[in-house]
Every structure is written in structure tokens, then in C-alpha cells.
Design a protein around this ligand. Structure first.
Ligand code: ATP
Ligand code: MG
Length: 293
């Protein structure tokens, strides 16, 4: 059950009044970012067409692991009217900084056309120099009216002092709820693997004609058993939004066909075949053979 902290209401009121149109929620791992965002979007979508952007490719709530997602809500509807996805090819933004930033940019662009306010949930990638640089770039890209920093002590002070230098960004610093439950790495991995199992349970091995598609992402130099079998790949539309995620079996460059495990879809809609860096075993356990080399 969600315990609504007293500090949350003020933020949702600002969103409802239109004082905030874009709110970015930041904090370290397990500090209640996603729960706060769910509360904000629930309140906001009672009155306004609004969107939630989920920037976490690991513990994704809107979509599959390795993807970043946006959900569009119309007033009164409990469920999102639609969810759009971008494949980044890995479960952590730190290995895919460029794809993560680009994807958030594209998702924002898409929902902007339709909605009055956006709540953006960050991944927990926020400690260390690279993370700080990444989050700073994310803030510049998003250009939020408000950034919510969820802290245990004052650990986000470096971000606060940076954000203060931007004009027109309001900072709200709130404390981590005592109701937050930390999740271990094995729990997080199990969460992802459960999502893969569920997604691929109706999937069949299919031979897909890839001749009209452009290959992109982490395209292997050669299509060998080692570089292809088990690799997560994505069929994407003309704007590189995800149509279907698949697990590759083999790819024949000359014949322009890809054999893969994929749920039913119309391959004619796909313009891009994007390669990820993650591999799945036959029982949908994650493997990172490229990094192990
Ligand atoms: N206010 C709350 N009331 C009840 N449960 C909460 C509350 N805040 C967080 N939790 C629980 O704590 C856990 C972690 O919260 P949440 O997923 O929101 O954190 P997070 O910061 O988004 O984590 P991550 O770093 O993985 O993205 C979840 O199981 C969530 O249900
Ligand atoms: Mg989260």
C-alpha cells in the first residue's frame, strides 16, 4: 500500500495548477522515486492529459527491461491510453548514456504534442562523477520547471547547487519515506527475468525478412553464433520506437533473414533492427558475454 507523505501533496498541487509542467524526480537507488511519480501522475491525470516518463531501463515499471517508456494518461482514465517505448539495449543507463539521453528526448518530444504536464521518473544512477555528469545533461535536456530531490541526508547537495544555477528551475528537497523497502540485486534481477518470461511466453521462433530494415545499435562485426545467439534485439518503427523485442537465434547477412524468438507482429512495419548488448539464456536469464571478454 502506498503511504502518501505530507510533502507530496504540495508538488501535485503545483502540477495541477499548472505552475509546474515538467517535474523530474531524482534520488539514489531505493529512495521512493517511482512511488512518488506514481502518486503524482495518479493525482495529475484526474484533471489533465498528462504523461509519465520512466527513465529506468532496469526496474522499468511501464515497459520491459532495456527500454525507456512514456505513458500517456487522459483525465479520468486509470490506465494509460498508450505506452511508447525506446530500446536502449542494456539494463543500466551507465553503459548506454547516449541512448538513454536520446530516448528521453524522443519520448518527451512525442508526449509533448498531446499532454499538458509530464512527470519524469529517473533511474537511481546518481552517484559518482559520470552519474553526476549524466544527470546534469538529463536536466538540461528535459528542461524541467521543477526537480524533486529525494534524500536520506543531504547527499544530493552537489546536484542542488548545480540546479540552482539554472534559471527557472524550482528545487523541492524531500526526505525518503520510512515506508521505502530496499531491493537487493538478486531481487532486481529476478524482477527483470520475470518480465522477460512473461513477455516471451507466447513468443514463437520466427524467420523474419530483414531486407528492408537498417541494422543499428550494437551491431556485431560478424554474425557468428557467439555474437548473435541469445542477443536481445528490437524491431523498431520509422521513428525508432519499439515495435517488438526479440531474442536472436541466428542472422544470415546474405539471405537477409533473422531467426528469432518474438511475439506475433507485422515485420513490414519495422524499419530498423536494433541490437542490444544483453544476452538471454533459453530460460530468460541475463548474460553479459561481451563484458566478460
Ligand atoms: N510511500 C511509500 N509507501 C509505501 N511503500 C513505499 C513508499 N515508497 C516506496 N515504497 C516501496 O519501497 C520500494 C522502493 O520504492 P520505489 O520503487 O518507489 O523506489 P525507487 O527509488 O524508484 O527505486 P529504484 O532506485 O529501483 O528506481 C517499493 O517496493 C515501494 O512499493
Ligand atoms: Mg524507480
Amino acid at each position: 500500500m502506498m503511504y502518501v507523505e505530507s510533502t507530496w501533496n504540495q508538488i501535485s498541487e503545483e502540477l495541477k495548477k499548472g505552475n509546474f509542467k515538467r517535474v523530474y524526480v531524482m534520488g539514489n537507488t531505493d529512495c521512493g522515486k517511482t512511488t512518488l511519480c506514481q502518486y503524482l501522475i495518479r493525482e495529475l491525470s484526474k484533471e489533465k492529459t498528462s504523461a509519465l516518463i520512466d527513465c529506468d531501463p532496469g526496474q522499468s515499471t511501464l515497459g520491459l527491461p532495456t527500454t525507456l517508456n512514456a505513458a500517456l494518461f487522459y483525465p479520468e482514465d486509470e490506465k494509460p491510453a498508450k505506452i511508447i517505448s525506446r530500446f536502449i539495449g542494456d539494463t543500466s543507463p551507465h553503459r548506454k548514456l547516449m541512448q538513454a539521453l536520446l530516448s528521453v528526448h524522443r519520448l518527451l518530444d512525442k508526449v509533448n504534442e498531446e499532454c499538458e504536464a509530464v512527470v519524469i521518473d529517473s533511474s537511481g544512477y546518481s552517484s559518482g562523477n559520470s552519474a553526476a555528469e549524466f544527470q546534469a545533461a538529463m536536466i538540461e535536456l528535459i528542461q524541467p520547471d521543477a526537480v524533486v530531490l529525494i534524500e536520506r541526508e543531504q547527499e544530493l547537495e552537489p546536484f542542488a547547487s548545480q540546479i540552482e544555477c539554472f534559471k527557472n528551475i524550482t528545487i523541492r528537497r524531500i526526505l525518503v519515506s520510512e515506508h521505502v523497502k530496499a531491493r537487493s540485486m538478486p531481487m532486481r534481477k529476478e524482477y527483470r527475468e520475470e518480465k522477460y518470461r512473461d513477455y516471451f511466453k507466447e513468443a514463437k521462433l520466427q524467420v523474419v525478412d530483414i531486407s528492408p530494415m537498417s541494422l543499428c545499435g550494437s551491431v556485431p562485426v560478424r554474425f557468428t553464433v557467439q555474437s548473435v545467439r541469445g542477443r536481445l534485439i528490437a524491431f523498431c518503427d520509422h521513428e525508432k520506437f519499439l515495435i517488438k523485442l526479440a531474442v536472436a537465434r541466428s542472422l544470415y547477412e546474405n539471405d537477409k533473414i533473422c531467426v528469432c524468438l518474438v511475439p506475433e507482429f507485422d515485420s513490414k512495419e519495422a524499419a530498423f533492427l536494433q541490437f542490444g548488448d544483453l544476452f538471454l539464456t533459453n530460460d530468460f536469464k541475463e548474460e553479459h558475454p561481451l563484458r566478460a571478454q
